[in-house]
Design a protein around this ligand. Structure first.
Ligand code: 5GP
Ligand code: MN
Length: 338
């Protein structure tokens, strides 16, 4: 594996290490970051994990989650101190620094060696040591391969295996999206051999929902779903008042967009969501519908070909119009039979 000898050399003596994941971290970012942290701590490194913003409550079981420093929780100075003190900064599950928002210049200006571990398509990777593989279904898959290449497989314990398995499971939609490969299954099998409790991880991630969030799902399906059969498109519009009414927490709309995509004949799905930061857009697609390019072109975002996101700073109404214009402009891609 390219760069692995350089990483091995870098880690050959105890170092002060910061691990940074992307904002609004998901199970892959969090699981990879925390598994890496646990591994490096075992190797006598001093490790701090930083998240730009809060992680969903259904991931709080992950080993070390409670010790994460969350920048958005007023920890600006603490984060700056950790980053400036670090000799190595691992950047996990993101290809470009804009994914860590306000923390981007803070990481960029440090003298630490930046090690990127990521699987998102990107034109330009940053970092001094880059481990980048878009064929990996999840960063967790790539990280597992790196751990093997470093010769540290015997250090993987059940808690780490659970974290990595959660990343693999969620980024593949439970091993059903086209990013799932034979290697993904091999890594999943290996993680089970290391003690990953598949049933327990599933239960924690998919089977521990707040009742309100399930009632919200019913409401959203009945009242917030728009289906454009002619364009093979379906999308949810989630208003700020819906958040209040159903007391939604971070992560409570996770997976909602998949219901839109599961409607018969639909190849393009979205959530258009009113948040404090702006109108958040989540895009999903089936087949040759490149939503990462659309997210980049129209919503300043990016992601994978079939799963991407971005943000709009227009009003909710204007954003919906912008989205509908996009759908109309892409009509030929959405309906190749026209
Ligand atoms: P989600 O819709 O679950 O929030 O995000 C799906 C995927 O889109 C993520 O895994 C990530 O790769 C990408 N993504 C989401 N939001 C953004 C964003 O604001 N910027 C970029 N570059 N990618 C995003
Ligand atoms: Mn990922």
């Amino acid at each position: 594996m390219k760069n692995i000898a350089a990483l091995q050399a870098l880690l050959s003596s105890p170092k002060s290490i910061a691990i940074v994941m992307h904002q609004r971290p998901d199970a892959d970012a969090l699981g990879s970051g925390l598994a890496l942290a646990a591994l490096l701590k075992q190797q006598q490194h001093q490790v701090r994990v930083i998240a730009p913003s809060v992680y969903p409550a259904y991931l709080s079981w992950m080993v070390g989650a409670a010790e994460i420093t969350i920048y958005a929780h007023g920890r600006h100075e603490q984060v700056a101190a950790v980053l400036n003190h670090a000799e190595i900064i691992f950047c996990v599950d993101f290809p470009t620094l804009d994914r860590i928002d306000e923390m981007a210049p803070m990481v960029a200006q440090t003298t630490a060696t930046k090690v990127v571990i990521d699987h998102h398509p990107t034109a330009d990777s940053f970092g001094d040591l880059v481990f980048h593989n878009t064929q990996a279904a999840a960063t967790a898959e790539l990280l597992y391969e790196m751990i093997i290449a470093l010769g540290l497989q015997s250090s993987i314990d059940a808690a780490m295996a659970d974290c990595l398995y959660a990343g693999l499971m969620t980024d593949t939609g439970s091993f059903k999206h086209p990013n799932t490969t034979a290697q993904t299954h091999r890594v999943a099998a290996q993680l089970m051999a290391h003690g990953a409790d598949v049933a327990q991880v599933n239960r924690q991630v998919y089977g521990s929902k707040a009742l309100n969030s399930l009632k919200f799902l019913g409401f959203a399906l009945c009242h917030r779903l728009v289906v454009y059969e002619a364009y093979h498109t379906a999308y949810f519009v989630i208003k700020a008042e819906d958040y209040e009414q159903y007391q939604l927490q971070t992560g409570d709309t996770e997976g909602l967009v998949d219901y839109a995509l599961s409607v018969q004949g639909i190849v393009f799905a979205a959530i258009i969501k009113e948040t404090k930061e702006g109108i958040r857009i989540s895009l999903r697609s089936v087949g040759d519908v490149p939503v990462n390019i659309w997210a980049q072109e129209h919503f300043g975002g990016g992601g994978h070909k079939n799963a991407a996101g971005g943000i709009s700073y227009l009003s909710l109404e204007e954003t919906i119009v912008q989205f509908e214009d996009l759908v109309k402009a892409k009509q030929e891609i959405l309906n190749p039979h026209l």
